[in-house]
Design a protein around this ligand. Sequence first.
Ligand code: A2P
Length: 311
Amino acid sequence: MSPSAITPETSPEHWIFAKKAAVQNRSHSSSASSVASIRLNDGNSIPQVALGVYKAPNGQETEDAIIAALDAGYRHIDSAARYANEEACGRAIRRWLEKTGARREDVFVCSKLWDTDHGYEATFRALCSSLDRFGLDYLDLYLIHSPAEDEQKRLQSWRALETAQEMGMVKSIGVSNFGAAHIENLLQNATVVPAVNQVEIHPFCQREALVELCNKNGIKIEAYSPLARGHKLEDPTINAIAEKYGKTPAQILLNWNASRGNVVLPKSLNASRIQSNLESFNFQLSAEDIRTINALGSENYVTGSMHKSDD
Ligand code: A2P
């Protein structure tokens, strides 16, 4: 190479820097595992914290947020066909893998079957479309977004998920917004027990009976809207506890959820909140403070009635 061919991109220093960054980012993937992983009932592991991207636009803002999250140490992105941002998620994940030299299996990707796509064949079509939009050849987790009223359709969708798992299109399969009756019905009819049930859970909406049923059957709870959509950050009990630990109210809400063994899916598009949400797990709430938070519990849904299900 002639000296004139050495540009900032091709100089040895640049090469060494790029290699170092790749190695650091690789080790990031294990230090990111400072985000604990949880074993699912199918033997696969799931990072306990995900970046939720509900209502995130299908564009640059979401891509930047996902890259900020992956840089910060998140290794789990929770999207859905309904969120209409799978393309942005896929672009961000692929860009980050390329930038860091990390492997596809270093990032856990979840999407969900929307309500209009229930049924055996429709489920396959929807899953293929999701994979196309992500630009990925498999998902780590695919969920039924909410239970179809029609039991037969619901079970056909589940059968399609079981087949998709056998075919390797998805590693793990689960459900979302299933109430106790839906879970019991599925357990009576399914070959594969769902790996997760993703439902609204936070101190103000604890859904104890449903959680107990899922725990008893090895179905991991994934808590969506663990920050109660930001509506409870002024709560005096949460604030008093936050002050005591030198943490933010958001960190207390996330820590409480994770301390129950739940996967937590805080949504944010803001880089500093993405970072601070990830720093919610390096302390332990005392048993007394957990009891105080537990006592806040009621069925106070903040996400509207669409996904309410009778327990
Ligand atoms: P933003 O994207 O501007 O950060 P949930 O995960 O319970 O659905 O809550 C998501 C909402 O909470 C979003 O409006 C998000 O806004 C906001 N949010 C996320 N993290 C925090 C935080 N650490 N402090 C305050 N608000 C937050």
